[in-house]
Every structure is written in C-alpha cells, then in structure tokens.
Design a protein around this ligand. Structure first.
Ligand code: OMP
Length: 213
C-alpha cells in the first residue's frame, strides 16, 4: 500500500465516510463496512479528495481525453479531480457531466461541460457489482465515445453477477482499465496495522471470504 492510499483510508475514517458495522448494500448483501462518499461535504474534503483521485490517476498512467462524472455523485468528484490535475500535475484536462433531467430549451442536450468524445475516463465513488457503471456506459456509447478507464475511490473487490468481479466484468465488456484509490485489500491491510480499528478485521475478512474475488 502506498502512503497516499493509507492517508486516504485514515481520511475516510476520520470524516465518517468509511464506517464499520452492519450495512445493507444495493445488491442486498449485508456488509460489515460501508463507504459513504456523500459525507465528504466541505471545501477541504473536496480539495483533498480531488488530490487523491488525481494521485491514483497519475499512478495508473492510463491515456484518456476527457473526464466524465455521471450525475449526481460523479459531478463534484470529476470537477475536483480536474482542478487537482491542473494544480498539482500541470494537466489541463477537459471534463463533462450529464444531467438526469432532459432539457428542452437553451442549448439543449443532456451533457454539460466539454464534449464527451474520444477516450473517456469515467469518475465515480464506489464499485460493488458494477450496476452504476453500466448505466453510465450507455451515455458514453450513445455519444460515440469509448471508455479508457473507470476511476473510483473504493473498489470493493466483490463478485458481480457471476464468478468474475464487477471490475473484471467491466474490463471484459468494455475493454477499460479500472483505477481505484484503494481496494478492499488495502482496507484489510490497514485494519491489520491499526490498533484502534483492528477489532473489525475478522468480520471484514469473513465478508471477503464469502463475496470477494
Ligand atoms: P454498484 O452499482 O453495484 O457497483 O454499486 C455502487 C453503488 O453502491 C454506489 O454508487 C452506492 O450507491 C452504493 N454503495 C456505496 O456507496 N458504498 C458502499 O460501500 C457500498 C455500496 C453498495 O450499495 O454496494
């Protein structure tokens, strides 16, 4: 685990974004941990978050033309990442996002920001089973663009619909690279080393045994 990844887990715990307990997921699975990116909700959070996403993106060295943040949660993340890429990595990157509601006046269209074409880096918060990513892919494909990669904060590293992980399915179906700031493996590594949160390790490990890949 790299330093920025460890710092990211501490930051997420500190802000109440990463919690341990009992949670029901969108998939119906009961999970001993949950990542609620909506609780990154102040200016300093967003500035730091952008820096972590940009660090993961630079680390991955995947070529792309435009950042796309699907509504709603992807919007501030794509924006903060674009700012951090410019401020900290001298990369001036176009970005865009979609609106969920159809607009029938003004410039029309469902996209705001730059055009969605070329190689797209889709930015979102979490992948569990990949459902949200598939919905966003329809927008990318409808614009004739291709998916270069998916950039997320947390890869829960769980099985998708079949035996493959959600990530493996998205990689297979869209030929894209998945980049995450951290994965479940990093959280487990963090728990092993942290005396305060070590108590949660057995349940998280048992969950990985059952649903992990
Ligand atoms: P998939 O669409 O199945 O990949 O799940 C991703 C979505 O699940 C996220 O966009 C959230 O709505 C939600 N989620 C979290 O935000 N954090 C978690 O730790 C787990 C989930 C989830 O329900 O699986």
């Amino acid at each position: 685990m790299k330093d920025y990844q460890k710092d990211f887990i501490s930051f997420a715990i500190d802000r109440g974004v990463l919690k341990f307990g009992e949670f029901t997921l969108k998939s119906g699975r009961t999970s001993p941990y949950f990542f609620n990116a909506g609780l990154f909700n102040k200016g300093s959070d967003l500035a730091k978050l952008g820096r972590f996403y940009a660090a993961a993106l630079m680390d991955a060295k995947v070529e792309f033309d435009v950042l796309f943040g699907p509504a709603y949660k992807g919007i501030p993340i794509a924006t903060a990442t674009a700012v951090a890429l410019y401020d900290h990595h001298q990369k001036d990157t176009p970005y865009c996002f979609n609106r969920k509601e159809k607009k029938d006046h003004g410039e029309g269209g469902n996209l705001v920001g730059s055009e969605l074409n070329g190689k797209v880096m889709l930015v979102d918060d979490v992948i569990t089973a990949g459902t949200a990513i598939r919905e966003s892919m329809e927008i990318v494909e409808a614009n004739g663009a291709s998916l270069a990669g998916v950039l997320i904060a947390l890869d829960r590293q769980e099985k998708g619909k079949g035996e493959l992980s959600a990530i493996q399915e998205v990689e297979r179906d869209f030929g894209a690279t998945i980049i995450s700031i951290v994965g479940l493996n990093d959280i487990i590594e963090f728990l092993k080393d942290d005396p305060e949160f070590n108590q949660h390790l057995p349940k998280v490990q048992a969950y990985r045994e059952q649903y992990g890949v």
